[in-house]
Ligand binder design. Structure first.
Ligand code: FAD
Length: 401
């Protein structure tokens, strides 16, 4: 017996993935009158709670605001104006806002995702299909691209014909695999360390991001909200999170973030404890036929410098502009999309690599790496022009060079 033909609908742009990239794109397309449908493997409740990023650069917030997407963020987010290194028992504060003229906004990713879903689905009447199963991309190199998926309740397959597919399905999605291996280059880089990522139910214990450089490994502190703080501990690659008890974690954080004059860390229950390998990849080009990748599906940047979500938003802004221009008869944006995104991607990767070398040199057990990391730190802290350049890169200014 043959299986029934899939139910068939049509849209202009099928967007796979409802993360920051897919939802930003969907909002911009809908506002410009370009039809789109978002397909998301998880439930709405799940994506509105999934903890990850928290730092959004000022240029990205301003861009979201220009499209009416930052109202709640601007009402609720704190801003941060400084960055701190701690080592050898001393604090070294860089006033990044004074140096660069821009700030970070501290707004947890689940809140941004919640706002973007509400704006697209509830306020603008857009279509998000949550919980879809077995998403497949078809004919991406031809004239009649389509996406199929299985309905989560009935199991029946549905087919969406479209003009374009936006692959916004993150690091573990299916879109990237639709590009044949001989039509793209995937570059990978491993920092050779892992971080234990922690979410503590405790208020922040410092005014800015703090990186504690210590020979036993890095310790890091980043605010998330008045009640929640993200901490990181450098651990060996392949480490198991369960090897780190509550007491062991707080002992290590106190040791690695210690400095004279620093506020003591406020401890709290740990709501998240996962080991992340610090690695990166980049897919070039970020497009194939009528498929355009955006965000983590195209490039993963280890969260060392808090860049990934900012890149996802940048890609979405560029892709929206390019697709809207296409429907007005101009294909220049689509032709230049990948190169335009990759300029910022490589700038951010270079900065993450630089910061990784500085942060992990002391614990590398390698005198050369420790010595060069320490030389970089002295230059950064002793030279106003080096500090200004650092602040600009940290906040993502001039990253399209
Ligand atoms: P995602 O957010 O991964 O969204 C992809 C969506 O696609 C998901 O909802 C997923 O469920 C869905 N999906 C996957 N497969 C399928 C499929 N087959 N079919 C349909 N849907 C699918 N970045 C920053 O800029 N600042 C930070 O402070 C920061 N901190 C971080 C801290 C941690 C611990 C981590 C892990 C990351 C951090 N990042 C940070 C990175 C940031 O979270 C990511 O770069 C960002 O989520 C990328 O957005 P995206 O939309 O590309 O992908």
């Amino acid at each position: 017996m043959s299986s029934p033909s899939p139910a068939r609908t049509r849209t202009s742009v099928a967007i796979v993935g409802a993360g920051p990239a897919g939802l930003t794109l969907a909002n911009l397309l809908r506002a410009a009158g370009v039809d789109c449908v978002v397909l998301e493997a998880e439930s709405r409740e799940f994506i509105e709670r999934r903890p990850r990023a928290g730092f959004i650069e000022e240029w990205a917030v301003r861009a979201l605001d220009r499209h009416g997407l930052a109202g709640r963020l601007l009402e609720r987010a704190e801003t941060q104006a400084e960055f701190e290194f701690r080592f050898d028992g001393a604090r070294h504060v860089l006033r990044t806002a004074e140096l660069s003229g821009s700030r970070h906004f501290v707004y947890p990713q689940p809140l941004l995702v919640t706002d973007l879903v509400a704006s697209f689905a509830d306020e603008r009447g857009g279509d998000v299909l949550f919980g879809v199963r077995d998403v497949r991309l078809h004919d991406v190199a031809g004239d009649r691209p389509a996406v199929t998926y299985a309905d989560p309740v009935t199991g029946l397959r549905h087919l969406i014909d479209c003009d374009f597919i936006a692959g916004c399905d993150g690091a573990r999605g299916v879109s990237r695999a639709a590009i044949p291996a001989d039509r793209m280059v995937m570059t990978r880089h491993d920092h050779g360390v892992a971080w234990l990522a922690l979410l503590a139910e405790a208020p922040p214990s410092a005014d800015g991001v703090v990186f504690g450089i210590h020979e036993s490994g890095l310790g890091a502190h980043m605010a998330r909200s008045p009640e929640v703080t993200r901490y990181y501990l450098q651990v060996a690659p392949g480490e198991i999170a369960e090897n780190w008890s509550h007491e062991r974690i707080w002992d290590a954080l106190h040791t690695r973030l210690a400095a004279s004059g620093a506020r003591p860390l406020t401890e709290g229950p740990l709501a998240e404890k996962v080991v992340l390998d610090m690695h990166n990849y980049v897919v070039e080009p970020m497009a194939y036929g009528r498929l355009y990748l955006a965000g983590d599906s195209a490039h993963l940047v280890a969260p060392i410098a808090a860049k990934g979500m900012n890149l996802a938003i940048n890609d979405a802004l560029l892709l929206a502009d390019a697709l809207i221009a296409h429907y007005r008869g101009d294909d220049g944006g689509l032709a230049g999309y990948s190169a335009a995104c990759l300029r910022r991607v490589w700038q951010y990767l270079e900065f993450s690599q630089w910061l990784s070398d500085v942060l992990h040199g002391a614990s590398s057990g390698d005198r050369f790496r420790a010595g060069t990391a320490s030389a970089r730190l002295r230059r950064l802290l002793g030279s106003p022009s080096a500090a200004q350049s650092f602040a600009g890169l940290y906040i993502g200014e001039e990253a399209d060079l």
